[in-house]
Design a protein around this ligand. Structure first.
Ligand SMILES: *[C@@H]1O[C@H](CO)[C@@H](O)[C@H](O)[C@H]1NC(C)=O
Ligand SMILES: *[C@@H]1O[C@H](CO)[C@@H](O)[C@H](O)[C@H]1NC(C)=O
Ligand SMILES: *[C@@H]1O[C@H](CO)[C@@H](O)[C@H](O)[C@H]1NC(C)=O
Length: 443
């Protein structure tokens, strides 16, 4: 189902006349062509000047990407600008990559298509491992039938995890919506993915070179950059670090990933070393440092789509909610589709007030715009979302919106047919739980 056809990443905002972003409305199609022409003339200039100073590596890679794509799309010239990226990409597509996708299905009709397009299709050799608790949104995972390689699909009924003494000593319930239990559930999800992956490896007799761990509720605005893979170093996004390390995405080789993903089983070690009062992010950092695993932070083009409400404007320890239309990279900040309420000088103001090592997110002039997330998602968010992602991805949102139990079961059958390991309640149950209002789960 040609997810790859007509990719329009860099230009997506500009191609939508219905885009909610005010500044674009006066520009006609013709004007856009002129602007684009101007843009890639500038890109070429930029490239020439930069290659002279041979400091390509210092440009943020998403800028390189954007420039490269604009040039290719318009057939001006083959972009030497992206040569290093292309080389790295071809190396990676010859390696073994596992993508661990964890968490509740929530708004998967919005996030799933972007994950398919910008991670799985981008690295067609990658095997997908899904680990997700059953809830009324689980039926949306049927969209994974559009993934090319599904190694393992697991949807389970969540049960309380007994809290051990060492867990209670090491972890704190502060700032976790569901206390220590919430943390344990999350750690269990992450480590569960590692367990699934290891059993698949044992069966097949190989080891993955790379593991990309990402969340079901992340919306990717651009492809995962091939320059995010470093042997011996765990890569995490900057910002949203809550005293430790941002744990909303992680990329690493097999050995570093084992340390990073063993979130439950390393707690006794942290206990022995005397750690207490850890939240998810500080525990994550302690895990890596105590195992002498080095890490680096690298901006990444995704955000966590959230239905939660937050005070606006955020102050000090408040959580900023970015507009999904932000240019980014948002590096895992919370986001929702909205008409931005805080841009320019307002953003600068808010960012100055946020605690740097807590909920602060990296930004530059114009890269992030904020929503007022004190209420529900605003009226008309669907149209806004479609305008941002374009018709190609929006049709998956519509597919889920129009889905009935029969279609859902059919899609799951197709998905199961291409999945090596399947562990989930019957299709009928997953589908009716979300789509049949008369259905009650009496298990
Ligand atoms: C990974 O760990 C194994 C076992 O500890 C070791 O033999 C191997 O050399 C390590 N691989 C890399 C790339 O560091
Ligand atoms: C980490 O390095 C320290 C100091 O070199 C060493 O004592 C410790 O055993 C190492 N820890 C692990 C888990 O390798
Ligand atoms: C930020 O961008 C706006 C509009 O592009 C510009 O007017 C303003 O001067 C910029 N501010 C800084 C600090 O660069």
């Amino acid at each position: 189902m040609g997810l790859e056809e007509g990719k329009a990443r860099a230009t997506k905002a500009t191609k939508q006349p219905s885009s909610p972003r005010k500044g674009f409305q006066w520009v006609s199609d013709l004007d856009w062509r002129l602007l684009l022409l101007l843009f890639f003339s500038l890109s070429i200039l930029l490239f020439v000047s930069l290659s002279c100073s041979s400091s390509l590596r210092q440009i943020p890679s998403f800028v390189r990407h954007a420039a490269a794509i604009t040039i290719t799309k318009n057939h001006v010239l083959v972009p030497p600008l992206s040569a290093d990226v292309a080389l790295r990409k071809s190396e990676l597509t010859r390696s073994r990559i596992a993508v661990c996708l964890v968490g509740g299905a929530r708004r998967f009709e919005l996030t799933g298509p972007s994950i398919l397009d910008r991670i799985l299709d981008e690295y067609p050799n990658a095997d997908l491992f899904l680990n997700s608790p059953l809830d009324p949104n689980s039926f949306k995972l049927s969209l994974l039938k559009f993934a090319s390689r599904v190694a393992s699909f697991r949807v389970f009924k969540p049960t309380p995890i007994p809290e051990t003494e060492s867990q209670v000593r090491v972890l704190t319930a502060a700032n976790s919506p569901n206390g220590i239990q919430g943390l344990l559930q999350y750690f269990n999800l992450v480590e569960g993915c590692l367990t699934m992956l290891e059993s698949y490896q044992n069966e097949k007799g190989f080891t993955y070179d790379w593991i990309v761990r990402t969340r079901v509720d992340s919306y990717w605005s651009a492809p995962l950059d091939p320059n995010s893979f470093f042997p011996g170093e765990y890569v995490v996004p900057p910002g949203s670090s809550f005293g430790g390390l941002n744990d909303r995405l992680g990329i690493g080789d097999y050995n570093t990933s084992i340390v990073a993903l063993s979130r439950l089983s390393l707690i006794p070690t942290l206990d022995l070393l005397g750690y207490t009062g850890l939240n998810s992010e500080t525990a994550f950092k302690a895990q890596l440092t105590t195992h002498n695993t080095s890490f680096r932070t690298l901006a990444q083009p995704f955000c966590i789509v959230t239905d939660r409400q937050y005070k606006f404007p955020p102050t000090q320890f408040g959580v900023p909610v970015a507009a999904l239309s932000s240019v980014g990279p948002l590096s895992g900040a919370k986001c929702r589709p909205c008409k931005p309420m805080c841009t320019g000088p307002c953003m600068a103001d808010v960012m100055l007030r946020l605690q740097k090592g807590w909920s602060w997110i990296p930004w530059r002039n114009g890269t992030v715009e904020l929503c007022d997330a004190t209420g529900e998602w605003e009226e008309g968010w669907e149209g806004m979302f479609d305008g941002i992602v374009g018709e190609r991805l929006a049709r998956f949102r519509k597919r889920i919106g129009e889905m009935d139990v029969n279609q859902c079961v059919e899609d799951f059958e197709e998905l199961k047919g291409k999945t090596a390991h399947w562990e989930a309640p019957p299709f009928e149950e997953i589908c009716r739980l979300g789509l049949d209002p008369t259905y009650s789960d009496n298990s």
